[in-house]
Design a protein around this ligand. Structure first.
Ligand SMILES: [Mg+2]
Length: 351
């Protein structure tokens, strides 16, 4: 039953402090522009010392320097953070529970039938290992659903560990503002305020039919969440038995020609890997990371096993186009992956 939500604390900033210990304890921001144009960009992350001056991520860097002139400024380094993220993922995978990577620095883990006490002990161990072996701080929330675990985690930040069991969830939620419920953005929040609903506890007591009239199916979802029902599941996005490659684009873009040429390279490399193992595959998956660091994945199963590079490429192009279509951000990175294998040169498992 328990689900863990693990979120790295001020991730980019913490990664930078790790390789620049001389900056530790000083207010630090990681921004989007190069050092020489640092006032032009946006703050990506800031450490807690910087937050004490009112600096927040998403703020123009120029404004951050107005709040505190003596800031340490570093330009973001995606590949480095991505490598650190993979180390966290590898450490977590060692525990053999289903893991869903929600973003570069957030993971949901399904602990199955484990009891809450054991879940808390294990979470403490994971948190300690990430600190000791990788040198990074994180916060863990434990609850009875993926959405609730994330909210508990947000509540326990930074460097926290907190559990809210199913019989405590309604109370945990009731006094929070409706905007704290994942999925409720500014607009929905305003519309809820218009009908006198301020707290999540008010949603729990509202008329579900009325909520559905106003918000459609999401009205029902928010009603259920507010009443302590969270059916979201941890979904492993990629099969463990898969072969895939990812690559960062030369520059963030939405240009299909550039994106497809990268997909073509990736499909070629993946195909070589697949051939080396003597596999055929039945599932093709893609991943796209946008400039705001959100990620989307999609996969498609074929009718029959295949080892066609052309098919892999065309399917990837199709799925990537669908993923990009729903969003306005520039694309940073794409990935191609195949799974559900058959065949193999006397080899049953890849790991
Ligand atoms: Mg984080």
């Amino acid at each position: 039953m328990p689900i863990i939500h693990l979120d790295m604390d001020y991730f980019f900033g913490a990664c930078e402090e790790l390789r620049h210990p001389e900056f530790k304890g000083r207010p630090l921001v990681v921004g989007t522009s190069p050092e020489k144009d640092k006032h032009k960009g946006v703050v990506q992350t800031c450490n807690y010392e910087a937050r004490a001056f009112g600096i927040r991520s998403g703020m123009p860097t120029a404004q951050a320097f107005k709040l505190h002139a003596d800031l340490v400024y570093l330009q973001e380094d995606y590949d480095y953070y991505d490598g650190m993220s993979r180390k966290v993922h590898d450490l977590l995978r060692g525990y053999n529970f289903p893991i869903e990577q929600m973003s570069i620095d957030e993971f949901a883990i399904d602990l199955g039938s484990m009891g809450y006490e054991e879940a808390e002990r294990l979470s403490g161990e994971i948190k300690g290992r990430i600190r000791k072996e990788l040198g990074l701080p994180c916060t863990i929330g434990i609850s009875c659903g993926k959405v609730f675990a994330k909210m508990v985690c947000d509540d326990a930040k930074p460097d926290g560990l907190k559990t809210v069991r199913e019989d405590e969830v309604r109370e945990f939620l009731s006094e929070k503002g409706v905007g704290k419920l994942p999925g409720i953005g500014k607009k929905t929040e305003e519309r809820l305020h218009e009908i006198g609903i301020e707290k999540i506890g008010d949603i729990a007591k509202a008329n579900v039919i009325e909520l559905m009239d106003r918000f459609g199916i999401f009205g029902k979802e928010m009603y259920e969440l507010a009443n302590g029902i969270d059916e979201s599941k941890v979904i492993e996005k990629y099969d463990v038995l898969s072969i895939g490659r990812e690559a960062t684009l030369d520059e963030p873009t939405r240009d299909a020609v550039k994106i497809n040429s990268k997909l073509s390279e990736l499909a070629h490399t993946v195909k070589e890997e697949v051939d080396k193992k003597g596999f055929t595959f039945k599932t093709i998956g893609v991943k796209v990371r946008f400039q705001d660091f959100t990620e989307k994945v999609k996969s498609r199963s074929l009718q029959n096993y295949s080892n066609s590079e052309e098919l892999m490429y065309r399917t990837a192009v199709d799925m990537i186009a669908a993923l990009i279509g729903g969003k306005e951000e520039y694309v940073r990175k794409v990935g191609v992956r195949v799974s559900s294998f058959s065949g193999g040169k006397g080899q049953k498992r890849l790991f």
